[in-house]
Design a protein around this ligand. Structure first.
Ligand SMILES: [Zn+2]
Length: 137
C-alpha cells in the first residue's frame, strides 16, 4: 500500500487506522508498538505512588470504623468500598500530580459519604442521638 492509500490525514497514523485497514509505514509502526505494549502487560505503577494507604484513605478508614454496621442500608457495604476506593484514587492523584481529577474525586467521595450517613445524626459528637440511631454502641 502506498501513501496515497492512507485512510487518514497525513501525520495521523495510528493503530486504530491500522485496524481499519491502513498499512502505511506510520500505521504499521503504531500497530507494532501497540502489540509490544500488549505483550508487556499493564504498566507498573509510578514509583512515587505510596505502597500503602495515603492520608485520605487512612482518614476515611478511621471514620468508616465509627459507623454502625447497618450504615448506608442495603448498599452500605458497597458505599464503604467505594469510599475507600475514591479515597485511594485521591491519594494516588495527589502523589502522581494528577491534580486535575482530585476535585471530581472529592465530590464523588463526599457523595458516597452522604449515602453512608443518610438518616444518621450529623455527627458522632451528639452521643445520645448517635447511640439511638446506631443501636447499642
Ligand atoms: Zn496509515
Amino acid at each position: 500500500m502506498t501513501e496515497q492509500n492512507r485512510t487518514h490525514a497525513p501525520g495521523a497514523a495510528s493503530d486504530n487506522a491500522y485496524r481499519k485497514g491502513c498499512r502505511c509505514a506510520g500505521c504499521r509502526a503504531a500497530h507494532a508498538a501497540a502489540a509490544r505494549r500488549r505483550r508487556a502487560g499493564p504498566p507498573a505503577p509510578p514509583a512515587d505512588v505510596p505502597a500503602g494507604p495515603g492520608p485520605i484513605e487512612l482518614s476515611v478508614m478511621a471514620e468508616l470504623g465509627k459507623l454502625p454496621p447497618g450504615a448506608g442500608g442495603f448498599w452500605g457495604p458497597v458505599w464503604r468500598e467505594l469510599a475507600l476506593y475514591d479515597a485511594r484514587l485521591i491519594d494516588r492523584a495527589v502523589a502522581t500530580g494528577e491534580h486535575n481529577i482530585v476535585s471530581t474525586m472529592q465530590s464523588r467521595l463526599a457523595n458516597v459519604i452522604d449515602r453512608l450517613v443518610a438518616g444518621a445524626p450529623r455527627g458522632p459528637e451528639d452521643t445520645a442521638e448517635w447511640a439511638a440511631w446506631a443501636g447499642d454502641l
